[in-house]
Design a protein around this ligand. Sequence first.
Ligand code: PMP
Ligand code: GLN
Length: 402
Amino acid sequence: MTISRFVSTYAHDVRDPLTAKLAPFGTTIFATMSALAVETGSINLGQGFPDTDGPSEVLDAAVDAIRSGQNQYPPGLGIPDLRRAVAEHQQRFWGIELDPDTEVLITAGATEALAGALLGTLEPGDEVVVFEPMYDSYQACIALAGARIVPVLLRPTPEGYRFDPDELRAAIGPRTRSILLNTPHNPTGKVFTAEEMHQIATLAIEHDLMVITDEVYEHLIFDGRQHLPMSTLPGMRERTLTISSGGKTFHTTGWKIGWISGPQPMVKAAMSAKQFLTYVNGAPFQPAMAVGLRLGDDYFESLIANLADSRDRLHAGLHGAGFTVYPSEATYFTTVDVTPLRADGDGMAFCLELPHRIGVVAVPNQVFYVEPAHGRNLVRFACCKRPEVIDAAVERLVTLAN
Ligand code: PMP
Ligand code: GLN
C-alpha cells in the first residue's frame, strides 16, 4: 500500500504528505520480496542476507560489550578502536594509509555512509554519473540531495557486464560533480577490471570529479580475481571517498556498522550530513566489528571458498532451469535473462509469480535501473544461503525446465 492511498482512506482533503523527490521510489524491492517470501513460505534468494551467523569471536565481542556497559552513545566519529581497525584493515588488504582520527568515519551501515557522502557533497543541480543497474538507495539519495543522476549502462555479455567508454565520457558534463562507483557490483556480480578502473580514474582527474566508491563486497570475490580499490589508483586518493561495511563480510547485516574513509575534507563533508541522520549507532557492535576486521587471513579465505561453492550450486540450478545465466565474478548475486522461460521477457511478472509456482523468491532487476526497460528481462538470485538451502532451491528451479 502506498502512503498516498493510506492517507486518502482517512481524509480526502489531506494533501499527500510524500515529497515529490521520493514519490518515484515506492517501497524498496527488498522489503516487498522478503514479505512475499514469508507470506508464501518460499526460499528467499531475493534480499541478500546470509542465513548463518558470523564468526563466534565477533558475536562474543558484541555480547561482552553489551554486558560490560558499552550501551550509550559512542563518539560521533565512531569508537577510536574501530576507526583504528578500519585503518589497519585498509592498510593490510589494500595498502591504503589512513589517519584513523581524521580520515575514517563509522556509519550506520554502508547505506548511511552513502547517504552522508551524497548529502554532504552535492549541491542541488549537480550531476552524478552512476553505472546502471545500481543498488536502490543510490537513486533515492541523489534525489534527496536535489542532484541529478546520469546513468551509464552496464550491458550483459557472455563474458560479464561491460560499459561503453564513449558513453561514460559523454555522460560527464559541466555540472558533473562525482562518479558513484560500486565494485564488486550489486546486482550484476561484476568486478570492474583494472582497465575499466583506470578509464574511470582518468576521466575523474581530467574533469576534477570526486569518486564515491562503494566497496561493501570487497572480500567476496571469486576465482582468484583481485579487488582494486579506486583510491589506490594514481591521483585518486585525494578525490575518493571509500565506503564499506561489515554486514556482508561478517554475516551481520542487521548490525548496520559501516564506514567511510578518505581525505579529511571529504570525510568531514560526509560527517556534516551523517551527524544529523543517525548521529551515531551500534555502540556494542562497534568493538565487535573491530574484532572482525582483525581476524586472520584464514577467515577471509574460507568466506570466499564457501560462497563460491554456493554460487556454483546455484549456477547449476539456474542453467538447469533454462535461463541465460551471466557470470558472477563476486558478491552474493547472479543475474539471469528470463526470456528463454518467459517469451515476453517480463522479469517483474516472473518474480511475482515464482513464489507461487515453485516457492522461490528472486528480485526483478528493473528496479535497479533509472530506465527500467533496460533491465526488464533480467532477474537476480542470491547465493548467500546454506548449501542445503541452495540445493533445495535448485531442485525447485530445475522443474521450470519441464
Ligand atoms: N551497497 C551495496 C552495493 C549493497 O549491496 C548494500 C546492501 N547490502 C549496501 C550498500 C548497504 O549496506 P549496509 O547493509 O551496510 O547498509
Ligand atoms: N544489499 C542487499 C541486497 O541487495 C539487501 C539490501 C536491503 O535490504 N536494503 O539484497
